[in-house]
Design a protein around this ligand. Structure first.
Ligand code: GAR
Length: 193
């Protein structure tokens, strides 16, 4: 049994999770990357780390159900127990939600329920709020909704630029996500089934 990370873009969270699952010898390591965008940087990272990856391009399928069914078949073949979303910019549909009930988590770069959806870092910076942060939550059918597992605050200082604030958010993500995922697979955090 192991973890599949779903990602669409850069893949810094994927990389930290994959590296940490090896260096700390997690009982269930990151053993698969699922990507929905050809050419995404995360695919290069997977290759460098020797983590198998599979690309599924949504427009090649008749709809979300068929797209997710193909992914599900691979996950089951590979004995994947957990789905960890890391910058996967797509809603999870009923096919995967039903099969992986309580075993899908997501990271979002704000203190939810503030700033859900896309560009959360930019939205918080330009609002402007004084404190934003990072949230890890179980996934349900909504956009960045679902029971919250952990949150950490990140300050927006007067000297911050969007870039420096974004860097602080990513550092917080890279610290928080591996810790939460490890607690989940080792049973320290209860699933929401
Ligand atoms: C991360 O900041 C993650 O929180 C965000 O995408 C980024 C992916 O970065 N996810 C969302 O906004 C989900 N709504 P990465 O590709 O470098 O890991």
């Amino acid at each position: 049994m192991s973890i599949a990370v779903f990602a669409s873009g850069n893949g810094s969270n994927f990389q930290v999770l994959a590296e940490r699952s090896r260096s700390q010898q997690w009982p269930e390591p990151v053993s698969l990357l699922i990507c929905d965008r050809p050419g995404a940087k995360v695919l290069e990272r997977a290759e460098q780390l020797d983590v198998p990856s599979a690309s599924f391009i949504p427009k090649h399928y008749s709809g979300k159900a068929e797209y997710e069914q193909e992914i599900l078949e691979l996950l089951l073949r590979k004995q994947i127990k957990w789905i960890v979303l890391a910058g996967y910019m797509r809603l999870i549909g009923p096919t995967l939600l039903t099969a992986y009930s309580g075993r899908i988590v997501n990271i979002h770069p704000s203190l939810l329920p503030a700033f859900p959806g896309k560009n959360a870092i930019k939205q918080a910076f330009h609002y402007p709020v004084k404190v934003s942060g990072v949230t890890v939550h179980f996934v349900d059918e909504g956009i960045d909704t679902g029971p919250i597992i952990a949150q950490v605050p990140v300050q927006i200082d007067e000297t911050d630029t969007l870039e420096s604030f974004a860097a602080k958010i990513h550092r917080a993500e890279h610290q928080l996500y591996p810790k939460v995922v490890r607690d989940l697979i080792t049973g320290k955090i209860r699933t929401q089934e």
